[in-house]
Design a protein around this ligand. Structure first.
Ligand code: SF4
Ligand code: SF4
Length: 146
């Protein structure tokens, strides 16, 4: 009988403690948002997939097709495509393929780029049914934006 009342008391006590926590939380500011109706501001340090930066002066990308990012990527998920054109000193970028399904977001490509042509996008809502949906042509994406 003593054991029974002890368990009853312990249960009632923990219930009251739990209700106390809930009651106190009622008067505190909300820390959650009603996603997806409301969205939070993303921190500048957030790392989404890489993106080609739009140069404010030329209005296009800054890539000089040096291949540093492709050579240094530990996941081999970058394919830079360029071609020689008349009137241009180096190669001209014709495609920049990123297989984001293999990217570890290490940031090496962003760091090694000599012209700061890459940045991390603030994109955090990626979803898909197959790996191919995470293969991005960053040049095409840049042209869509501009
Ligand atoms: S962040 Fe790292 S893994 Fe991802 S593309 Fe750049 S170098 Fe490759
Ligand atoms: S390192 Fe920079 S400039 Fe070189 S190919 Fe990659 S994005 Fe282009």
């Amino acid at each position: 009988m003593r054991e029974y009342f002890l368990q009853l008391f312990t249960g009632a006590r923990s219930l009251l403690i739990g209700l106390g926590v809930t009651f106190r939380a009622l008067f505190q500011p909300m820390v959650t948002v009603q996603y997806p109706r409301r969205k939070i501001e993303i921190t500048p340090n957030f790392r989404g997939h890489t993106e080609l930066v739009t140069d404010p002066e030329s209005g296009t990308h800054r890539c000089i097709v040096c291949m540093m990012c492709e050579m240094d990527c530990p996941s081999s998920c970058i394919k830079v495509i360029g071609e020689k054109r008349e009137g241009f000193k180096g190669k001209v970028l014709t495609g920049y393929q990123l297989d984001f399904s293999r990217c570890s977001l290490c940031g090496i490509c962003v760091e090694v780029c000599p012209t700061s042509a890459l940045c991390f996008s603030p994109e955090y809502e990626l979803a898909g049914f197959s790996r191919t949906e995470f293969s991005f042509n960053l040049l095409a994406r840049l042209e869509e934006r501009t």
